[in-house]
Write a protein that binds this ligand. Structure first.
Ligand code: AMP
Length: 597
């Protein structure tokens, strides 16, 4: 069983497949949303996590870490002033990373505490051990942030089977992977603290993130802050009454939530700082406060569309994700911007987690009718003799995948092999993209004597690991390349159309490269034979062979492929007798040495 986890900035969720359906599990406080907050008490008492930690935030902000997702996988130097001046400590680690909170933990460690809580709550509910998980991340997370999230999962005792993009998870939860035709999907995600807009393209059951944009400081919390400051001025609250301010904030959030379902509500603060306060609030007041905040999402959406090369009317499906999209005005805003009705979802803050659960179901084989697959967009291989591309994993292979091949040295006495890792569809190495290169040393051997096994492994996150091993000594190197899957559609299309356009020349170039390699092998063998076999040569034979060898040399210099192939053939035939005599002689010597002759 594989758990699906939405590790959110504000709230986190966990679920599993149950009798073929994805279900989210309630935590100890009975809610499926666990606040992503960790409180570290004085001393070394175990941390409080979730709702109980959230309650401590107003009382003991310095010991309560929230929004750890903003920090995961980043360097201290990348943080802006607001991120450095959180209510809890944020410091530079010795290696340039980040340490946060009163116990100076890394963001991975704090995230692991959150994940550990989700895990133990789920285990309590299900009564079984949870070891495997799919965890979601925003589409814009770079490799370092994905790896750090994976590491947090590992620290929490999970085998992280996949790091899944949040918008892809949302699309999966809406069953959009079932549509056969090409669809363009906009995922509008407004949570507590961040706004993300992603444009996806669905193609034969495969989702690709075409563009992303957003604002890491825009969300429902800003609407809360605007409402709180409105209440302050209405009620003339003194600014130093921290407890009262915290209660007003709580009451404001409650009122905001109620106004998503009704036109008006009453905000009540009984017995706060000596007096009871009450105010009637209608939806229009809240919307006036929220309008300028929401307007900040507009340029992000327009940029995402333009990066995807699309106009608003070209979006087929609009998905709303994140708790703040429960507000009717947010729904209208998104609909007006993208010109399409959003797919309605009663729990927009749950769809990412449901998608993660479904992905877990697909990976464990519990969900079989889903089409969501990740494939290699372009072929992957290494450069071999003569500057050719040798493909190990062809394009459109479903990942994860592993493939390998054995290579030998082209030159005698060579003491290392260069592994030049390539991506692309062209026959010649130089026309493909270089993903990286490294050397594998081996014991010097005659030509063809060394054997180096090269293995490519692409994990479910699209990360390519190249392993090269000298089979004689067992010496090996493993090098991680950048993501092999993360290539823009446009670049893939360009590569493929170039390979079609140059198909004839490419086949010619490959043929010539192979023939040239054959010539090099042949000339080397002839040279050795002529020096070794002086006594075996018949009159005039050396001259005849030398003339044919010179013809190969001339065709090589002229880069004349047909002439070179003919010259190779003639030289090969002219030395066949000599080769047979050499073999006989070698046999005779060997038998004599063993006393048989
Ligand atoms: P998320 O990060 O997706 O959990 O979203 C959290 C944000 O959604 C917070 O700002 C919540 O106040 C907001 N939210 C949750 N429920 C509602 C609701 N019914 N109406 C308006 N906002 C809501």
């Amino acid at each position: 069983m594989i758990a699906g986890i939405d590790l959110g900035t504000t709230n986190s969720l966990i679920g599993v497949m149950d009798s073929g359906f994805p279900v989210l599990l309630a935590g100890e406080n009975g809610s499926r949303l666990t606040p992503s907050v960790v409180h570290f008490p004085e001393g070394d008492a175990p941390p409080l996590v979730g709702a109980s930690a959230l309650r401590m935030r107003a009382l003991d902000p310095a010991r309560t870490v929230s929004s750890v997702k903003r920090y995961i996988g980043r360097r201290f130097g990348e943080l802006d002033a607001a991120e450095r001046s959180a209510p809890f400590a944020v410091e530079r680690a010795r290696d340039g990373g980040i340490l946060i909170g009163p116990r100076r933990l890394s963001p991975e460690q704090v995230s692991a505490i959150l994940l550990g809580k989700l895990r133990s709550d789920a285990e309590c509910t299900l009564g079984i051990e949870m070891r495997r998980a799919v965890i979601t991340v925003p589409a814009y997370f770079n490799d370092a942030r994905r790896q750090a999230t994976k590491e947090a999962g590992r620290l929490a005792g999970f085998d992280v089977e996949r790091i899944l993009n949040e918008p892809t998870a949302a699309a999966l939860a809406h069953g959009l992977d079932r549509g056969g035709e090409r669809r363009r999907v906009a995922v509008f995600d407004l949570g507590g603290g961040t706004f993300d807009i992603s444009i996806l393209e669905l193609h034969d059951g495969v989702f690709q993130v075409v563009s992303t944009n957003g604002d890491t400081r825009l969300g429902g919390d800003d609407i809360d802050a605007a409402l709180v400051s409105f209440l302050h001025s209405e009620w003339s609250v003194p600014h130093d009454d921290a407890l009262l301010l915290a209660r007003i904030r709580e009451a404001a959030i409650g009122a905001k939530h109620r106004l998503s379902d009704s036109q008006d509500t009453v905000l009540r603060l009984p017995f706060a700082s000596g007096t009871s306060r009450e105010m009637a609030l209608d939806r229009a007041v809240l919307e006036n406060l929220a309008r300028p905040i929401l307007a900040r999402a507009r340029p992000c959406c327009l940029r995402a569309l333009s990066d995807a090369g699309l106009a608003a009317g070209e979006i087929d499906d609009l998905l709303l994700v994140g708790g703040a999209t429960r507000m009717p005005m947010v729904r209208e805003f998104a609909r007006d911007l993208f010109g399409v009705d959003p797919l309605t979802d009663s729990n927009p803050d749950e769809s990412v987690a449901l998608g993660a659960v479904l992905q877990g179901g697909i990976l464990s084989g519990q969900v079989t009718n889903a089409l969501l697959l990740d494939v290699t967009p372009l072929s992957l291989g290494i450069e071999t003799f003569g500057g050719l591309m040798n493909v190990l994993i062809p394009r459109n292979t479903t990942i994860p995948v592993k493939a390998g091949e054995l290579f030998t040295n082209a030159v005698s006495g060579q003491s290392a092999m260069q592994i030049h890792v390539l991506q692309g569809e062209r026959e010649l190495a130089r026309d493909n993209w270089a993903l990286g290169r490294f050397d594998l040393p081996f014991v010097p051997a005659p030509k063809g004597g060394a054997r180096v096994g090269v293995q490519f492994e692409i994990d479910a996150d699209g990360i390519l690991r190249v392993l090269a091993r000298d089979t004689a000594t067992g010496l090996e190197k493993v090098v991680e390349m950048k993501s092999a899957v993360d290539v823009s559609d446009e670049a893939v299309e360009r590569m493929i159309s170039e390979s079609v356009e140059h198909a004839f020349e490419d086949v010619e170039a490959r043929r010539f490269a192979e023939t040239r390699q054959k010539s090099a092998d042949l000339l080397g063998a002839v040279r050795t034979a002529l020096t070794k076999a002086d006594a075996l040569l018949e009159p005039g034979e050396r001259d005849r062979i030398e003339v044919l060898a010179a013809r190969v040399g001339a065709a090589l210099a002229a880069e004349d492929a047909p002439a070179l192939a003919a010259a190779n053939l003639a030289l090969d035939e002219s030395t066949r007798d000599l080769a047979a005599r050499l073999l006989d002689q070698a046999m005779e010597t060997a038998l004599k040495r063993r006393g048989i002759l």
